[in-house]
Ligand binder design. Structure first.
Ligand SMILES: Cc1cc2nc3c(=O)[nH]c(=O)nc-3n(C[C@H](O)[C@H](O)[C@H](O)COP(=O)(O)OP(=O)(O)OC[C@H]3O[C@@H](n4cnc5c(N)ncnc54)[C@H](O)[C@@H]3O)c2cc1C
Ligand code: SF4
Length: 340
């Protein structure tokens, strides 16, 4: 049985108290939300904080509301289950509701939060292992060592962004609100990422993600999420595909966006979709041809690495399959794409 190392736990009831605790303790402190990723990582000695500051008692970080402009404002401590089940989110941001509904399994979605999902550490099959296992292999650059087992002689860690909500939030143009003792800032989620698997987010120590803001969408909005994983009931993505379509009154595609994840350190937006999809009516025969063109574009642009479990060549072959299926699902509003 893996045991947790010793640490101090503090349970503030206000954001201000939490920020003060983090600022006082410095880099030896971490926040815990639902703990569904932090706790296993602590057991694996990947994270070894002296102080853990729980956000569970801070009521102001929970809940889903719509602001005056119609944007969804989702508290970072809102559970994934609540986001997935919310009528507001399902209507206005279907790709996000679907992505959250496919994270892990029911117990983990009840404990796990949207904020914890956005802030999730990258994953690698050589990293998400016990201390004993990692030591036997001479560790790796991301923790305790100097090698990379994925790219021989590699100078950059390529551990994979594996948070299902991230690509959906990117297609939705979401903004993230952070607070620290030095003030508040808002950043578009597109600008959160770094191409570095060791630390793939531009976030300073002492900053807490407080809210996720998803701009309003209109009647022509369509979105869907597709996820390849080993076990339909629980696993991290081997591939995640978020799709957004904006349709005009004649059901033609005015704007399209596809973001793919679980490839490398940051989610990847598929470029040059306009020629393939723009102007195509989703109820015409052209739509199938357009889906095929978009699928082939994604295939050319996505090269999964042997960083997470699952044969990377197989994961690459699945890119066009999941892009095609997720585009069709978005157009038909038929729900998430996954196998059971
Ligand atoms: C068996 C298993 C399967 C899983 N499958 C999936 C999956 O399919 N897809 C997926 O995306 N995830 C998966 N997860 C990971 C995890 O359950 C989810 O990502 C979950 O959303 C994490 O949220 P949490 O609230 O539990 O975060 P925590 O574990 O509490 O925190 C995660 C990280 O975020 C930081 N953090 C948390 N909240 C904040 C905040 N508000 N501000 C700043 N930093 C913060 C923490 O310090 C920590 O580094 C799985 C986990 C397990 C154990
Ligand atoms: S890609 Fe994997 S093996 Fe390579 S440094 Fe990163 S975590 Fe370690």
């Amino acid at each position: 049985m893996l045991r947790l190392p010793k640490f101090e736990l503090r349970t503030p009831t206000s954001l201000e108290q939490a920020l003060e605790l983090l600022a006082e303790a410095g880099p030896s402190a971490l926040v815990v939300a639902g703990g569904t990723d932090l706790v296993p990582n602590m057991k694996h000695e990947l994270f070894t904080p002296e102080l853990v500051v729980s956000l569970a008692g801070i009521a102001e970080l929970r809940g889903i509301q719509r602001d005056r402009e119609g944007a969804l404002v989702i508290g970072a401590m809102t559970s994934l289950e609540e986001v997935a089940a919310s009528e507001l989110v399902r209507a206005q941001a279907p790709a996000l509701a679907q992505a959250c509904s496919l994270v892990a399994g029911p117990q983990l979605r009840t404990m796990g939060t949207l904020g914890g999902n956005v802030m999730l550490d990258t994953r690698c099959q050589w990293y998400n292992q016990t201390y004993f296992w990692r030591k036997a292999l001479g560790f790796c650059m991301k923790k305790d060592g100097e090698l990379c087992h994925v790219v021989a002689g590699g100078k950059n860690c390529v551990a994979a962004a594996s948070n299902d909500s991230a690509p959906a939030l990117m297609t939705l143009g979401a903004a993230l609100e952070f607070e620290s003792m030095t003030g508040a800032r808002t950043t578009p989620i597109d600008e959160l990422w770094l191409a570095d698997g060791i630390r793939n987010k531009k976030v300073e120590h002492g900053e807490i993600l407080t809210r996720v803001r998803v701009p309003a969408t209109g009647a022509g909005h369509r979105g869907a999420y597709g996820k390849l994983r080993d076990r339909g009931s629980i696993d991290f993505p081997l591939l995640g595909v978020a799709v957004r379509l904006e349709l005009d009154a004649g059901q033609r595609i005015e704007r399209a966006d596809i973001v793919v994840t679980a490839l490398a350190a940051q989610p990847k937006r598929i470029a040059k979709l306009a020629d393939a999809l723009h102007g195509v009516a989703i109820d015409s025969e052209d739509f199938e041809r357009a889906c095929e063109s978009a699928a082939q574009l994604a295939y050319k642009q996505c090269r999964p690495l042997p960083n997470i479990p699952g044969d990377h060549e197989y994961r690459r072959e699945m890119v066009p399959v999941y892009v095609r299926r997720t585009l069709r699902a978005a157009a038909a509003r038929s729900g998430p794409v996954h196998h059971m």
